[in-house]
Design a protein around this ligand. Structure first.
Ligand SMILES: Nc1ncnc2c1ncn2[C@@H]1O[C@H](COP(=O)(O)OP(=O)(O)OP(=O)(O)O)[C@@H](O)[C@H]1O
Ligand SMILES: [Mg+2]
Length: 465
């Protein structure tokens, strides 16, 4: 491997023999730089960025804490591993609270050093991936709040823009939660009527007797309870856009009146015969199959043809899975608690779930996960169980960890993480230990020893050809 493509590690220790030891363990797989004291390390950190920093805690002058703080100030995604004498483990734990990734207590096993550094590097890579996604999010095309770079989403947005420019009726189709309301607002915002009002009405939420007066208004005394005259939503939307949500739910008699209003561009308030001119562009939406509704006699054919002039279908999430990471991160950012992102397992579960409730369901799932998440990133366990979890690794359940004394809990969590990490490595490289060792930055023999220690069998991951 060339020097440039090898991950970089800075080792800081005031004892020459320790620097030599680390160089020997890590020198094969990493580009190792050494610093004999904290001041030299600080100077190096000012001039360049490292992937991982391994530093002794106790040093004269600038100590491991000073190095840790400088790293986190300059390059937060650089991972720091502390080296400590067994007696000062509480200090190391304190350092982990300040952002160190892990610690090694002396005396340590060379395999352990290689594994901890490999895991620190894997975490940095993950973090960089999330950062990349965030940049993509910042640069993502957003059509009046509609996010998505997939082909179906780009096509839908292009259609919405086209429909917005002309003044005809737009019909939005799509399953629940696909963004029909957002699309209606986008049509308005993109249209020449954008300075006018946007009036939305959910046709399914009103009792049948009220829909008509809501839409067309009524005269004083038109019916019991009509104590004053009322302007209908059609009139209110004049000069702007009237959004008829769930138009498939309109009662048949109101459908007749809606059809006439659209045809004549005028309305009659309930209880009067005087026509009033209205100038509202109608955007209608439904999750129903209107053609089937027509066939079943629940929707008037004439109204269907009048609405079905320019139709845009909002694609369900399962047809645009590539938008999922972006949307998930968008809702994470909106959720109000600053979390770093998702673990790879959580992201995999999100992108493979069926999402019958589409974007709305995703938004709710992320909000719930943010509320329950304990760590800096959303984990598989934080997601609603109905997403269908993929098989987990060998991690101990948190209850059993809580019962162990602190040090043992840390160790056994570490073991579980190591086993997960080794399993993931074997999966990625189909049991090829040479390639896996290369990626993990350790020698083949060391990886063999670790696999044996953690009971992970490379043979189990070999693909049968
Ligand atoms: N492409 C998108 N990008 C960002 N947010 C979206 C997108 N699509 C939908 N949303 C968000 O998802 C939620 C549901 O969207 P919306 O209410 O527009 O869906 P809908 O199709 O009207 O659903 P329903 O049929 O259930 O009324 C909203 O919070 C909306 O902001
Ligand atoms: Mg809606």
């Amino acid at each position: 491997m060339s020097e440039a493509s090898r991950p970089s590690v800075l080792v800081v220790d005031d004892k020459e023999n320790m620097l030599k030891l680390f160089s020997r363990i890590l020198g094969e797989a990493y580009a190792v730089t050494t610093a004999g004291d904290g001041e030299r390390a600080l100077a190096l950190l000012a001039s360049r960025e490292f992937d991982v920093v391994v530093t002794d805690i106790q040093m004269p002058g600038a100590d491991g804490f000073a190095v840790l703080r400088e790293v986190k100030r300059r390059a937060p995604s650089t991972e720091v591993v502390l080296v400590t004498a067994y007696a000062s483990i509480p200090k190391a734990v304190e350092a982990m609270r300040e952002g160190a990734y892990d610690y090694l207590s002396k005396p340590f096993d060379p395999d352990e050093v290689a594994l901890v550094v490999a895991r620190a590097l894997a975490r940095r890579r993950q973090q960089q991936e999330t950062e990349g996604l965030k940049e993509k999010l910042a640069a993502a095309p957003d059509f009046h709040g509609l996010l998505g770079t997939s082909a179906p989403m780009r096509q839908a947005c292009a259609m919405l823009a086209q429909g917005a420019a002309r003044d005809f009726t737009v019909l939005l189709l799509g399953e629940t939660g696909t963004g029909k309301e957002l699309a209606a607002r986008a049509v308005h915002a993109e249209s020449p009527r954008r300075a006018g009002p946007f009036v939305a009405v959910n046709c399914g939420a009103l009792p049948a007797e009220l829909v008509e007066s809501e839409l067309f208004g009524h005269a004083k005394g038109a019916f019991t309870g009509a104590t004053a005259a009322r302007v209908g939503l059609f009139e209110e939307a004049s000069g702007g856009t009237l959004f008829l949500d769930e138009v498939g739910e309109l009662p048949l008699p109101v459908q007749v009146k809606l059809n006439r209003a659209l045809q004549e561009k005028e309305v009659r308030r309930v209880g009067t015969t005087t026509p009033i001119k209205v100038d509202a562009r109608v955007v209608a939406a439904t999750h129903r199959d209107l053609q089937a509704e027509v066939a079943a006699g629940r929707f008037r054919e004439d109204l269907y043809y009048r609405l079905n002039v320019f139709t845009v279908r909002m694609p369900p999430l399962r047809e645009r899975r590539e938008d999922l990471p972006l949307l998930a991160l968008h809702f994470l950012a909106k959720a109000g608690r600053p979390l770093e992102g998702f673990t790879p397992e959580a992201l995999r579960a999100l992108t493979s779930a069926p999402w019958p409730g589409n974007v709305r369901q995703l938004e709710n799932a992320v909000a719930r996960a943010v509320a329950v998440a304990q760590g800096p990133r959303i984990q598989l366990e934080d997601l609603p169980p109905e997403l269908g979890r993929s098989a987990g690794g060998g991690a101990l359940p948190p209850e059993s960890l809580a019962k162990l004394p602190y040090r043992e809990a840390v160790d056994s969590a570490r073991d579980a993480v190591s086993r997960d990490y080794l399993t993931a490595l074997m999966q990625e490289f189909s049991g090829n230990v040479t390639h896996a060792a290369d990626r993990a930055g350790m020698e083949r023999e060391s990886l063999h020893r670790l696999l044996k220690r953690y009971g992970v069998r490379s043979e189990d991951f070999k693909r049968s050809e």
